[in-house]
Design a protein around this ligand. Structure first.
Ligand SMILES: Cc1ncc(COP(=O)(O)O)c(C=O)c1O
Ligand SMILES: *[C@@H]1O[C@H](CO)[C@@H](O)[C@H](O)[C@H]1NC(C)=O
Ligand SMILES: *[C@@H]1O[C@H](CO)[C@@H](O)[C@H](O)[C@H]1NC(C)=O
Ligand SMILES: *[C@@H]1O[C@H](CO)[C@@H](O)[C@H](O)[C@H]1NC(C)=O
Length: 498
């Protein structure tokens, strides 16, 4: 855990060779194009895209862009209908062919299976649609607050176990516009190195000084806290106005649960800093009753100053929330532009979250909500264990429904997606620039909506594809471990003998 996985030298070199071949051929083709065909740029104009970005998109990304943005034609449930497109061609956009196929969806954040029709949620959402319409057509601070918005905020606060909550129509904007409300110039943000883009965006927009600590490394976090407090603000050396630590409940590219939350709370109390916890992927997905990272780590949610999360994953809706003290929520209500100047959440989307929360809190549905949470945990642990047994390099922790599997080589990345898709399994690929050049991976997301047969089918396909692509990187580690262990046992024996 901690730093990103490091491939063996052979794997890293093969990945670099793939990239080199792509770049080399790309440049040769560009050279030929420029010599024999006039450049398409208008004379005397600077190119609208930077040349490196443009080169990367055309000559590298377009070779595999069939593996991304696949259009779908059904609800994002356990199985989805994916539309077929014309084969990759660097010079032409992909076009729909009119065919489609049903594939197992391992790419969805639909952790609890609420994304498709549900016997409890869907009729209520339709009722709300009849009564209140699609959109409130106004910001929350003007005429855009309906009874559903009020009910949603009360339900979220109750579920989280905090004094009050406020909701927004978009998860990304919840971070991007609220972090600048909470901190500003003269303040310090201490951010985990793997935090999501929305947190980075909000932090940069706030004007506060940002320091990044090594992912999940408590020693480094404390070091930064201590030296920052001792040194004060740059140049003036005045004390910081406020210090805010920002971490996530589950890191979505690594599948890791923030297991050190207890230590972080202890540190924030010791140094009198504030704590912001982004539970986009963890709320509803982990903890005995689905209450997320705080429940998983045994932390009182009231010890976290800002509880942030989204409705786009476990709840199958859209939007985000902030939970915390009455004072904090009042301040956000009065100052956050996403509350004051942006249209409020669609009322049927709000009802979807209310219904899902009522099920999860077991206020309706005869235990169906808690059952979903148990099923998600069992499904996740079952798949994780099987993938590890297959010898694949799986990242993240048990109980986490997010399972990145390392592929390393960019050529294998595209093939993995295409072969899985051919055999009826849809997976998400993550490569450069989202990861480093040699850290390409696929990310499997497990849902409570998957049956045991679904998962067995997926595992069979993945095993087959992994064999074809020589992806069982782990057995070597086993051997290494065994060597270390046997060396250790030799030493023990030697000690015992001597
Ligand atoms: C940690 C984290 N925060 C915020 C967001 C943004 O949420 P949304 O997709 O609902 O806008 C995401 C989305 O993936 C996320 O992973
Ligand atoms: C699976 O569902 C998610 C949303 O929950 C969707 O984004 C994704 O596109 C779906 N499937 C495929 C094949 O991409
Ligand atoms: C937020 O992200 C957008 C898109 O990447 C970028 O244009 C913008 O400058 C960012 N804002 C800040 C304050 O970093
Ligand atoms: C954590 O950070 C400290 C200080 O930078 C470093 O010495 C230590 O090796 C790191 N620990 C891990 C597990 O990476």
């Amino acid at each position: 855990m901690g730093s990103p996985p490091r491939p063996s030298y052979v794997i890293a070199i093969s990945a670099y060779i793939s990239w080199t071949v792509w770049f080399l051929f790309g440049h040769i083709r560009d050279f030929i194009r420029d010599v024999f065909w006039a450049s398409k740029a208008r004379k005397d104009y600077a190119p609208i895209r930077q040349s490196y970005e443009d080169f990367y998109t055309r000559r590298v990304f377009y070779r595999l862009h069939d593996c991304f943005n696949r259009p779908i034609a059904s609800a994002p449930s356990a199985w989805v209908d994916v539309l077929h497109r014309t084969p990759v061609n660097e010079d032409k956009p992909l076009e729909l062919t009119g065919d489609q196929s049903k594939v197992l969806n391992l790419s969805s954040y639909n952790y609890l299976g609420f994304a498709a029709s549900d016997e409890y949620c869907t009729p209520r959402v339709l009722d709300t649609l009849d009564r209140l319409g699609w959109g409130a057509c106004c910001s929350r601070s003007e005429a855009g607050t309906t009874d559903k918005h009020v009910e949603l905020e009360e339900t979220v606060a109750e579920f989280l176990g905090v004094e009050a909550a406020i909701t927004f129509p978009m998860g990304f904007a919840t971070n991007a516009f609220n972090i600048p409300v909470i901190v500003g110039k003269g303040c310090l943000i201490i951010s985990d190195s793997l935090n999501h883009a929305s947190i980075v965006n909000g932090s940069r927009g706030s004007g506060a000084k940002i320091k990044v600590f090594k992912h999940d490394n408590m020693t480094h976090l404390e070091q930064i806290l201590r030296t920052s407090i001792a040194e004060g603000q740059p140049r003036t050396r005045r004390p910081w106005k406020k210090i805010l630590i920002i971490v996530e409940g589950i890191y979505s590219m690594e599948g890791e649960i923030c297991s050190n939350l207890k230590t972080i709370v202890a540190l924030k109390k010791k140094y009198k800093a504030y704590l912001f916890l982004d539970e986009a992927h963890s709320i509803g997905a982990i903890g005995e009753t689905g209450r997320g990272a705080t429940e998983h780590a045994g932390v009182n949610p009231r010890d976290v100053d800002v509880m942030m999360g989204t409705f786009t994953k476990s709840f199958g809706s859209c939007g985000g929330y902030i939970g915390g003290s009455k004072q904090l929520i009042k301040c956000i209500r009065n100052h956050c532009p996403a509350h004051l100047h942006a249209t409020s959440m669609s009322p049927p989307a709000a009802e979807q979250v209310i219904s899902a929360l009522r099920l999860i809190m077991n206020k309706a549905g005869n235990g169906r909500g808690p059952q979903k949470i148990r099923t998600l945990r069992d499904n996740s642990n079952y798949v994780r264990k099987r993938l590890i047994d297959l010898g694949l390099e799986v990242l993240g922790d048990f109980d986490s429904p997010v399972m990145p599997v390392m592929i390393y080589n960019p050529g294998k990345l595209a093939l993995f997606s295409r072969l899985c898709f051919r055999d009826g399994v849809a997976v998400v690929m993550v490569g450069f620039p989202a990861t480093t050049l040699v850290n390409s991976r696929t990310r499997l997301c497990i849902s409570a909506a998957h049956t045991k047969e679904d998962l067995d089918y997926a595992l069979e396909v993945i095993e087959d594809v992994a064999d074809q692509l020589v992806m069982r990187y782990r057995p070597k580690d086993h051997k290494k471990e065994r060597k270390v262990r046997s060396a250790a046992s030799h030493m023990m024996k030697a000690k015992a003998g001597g």
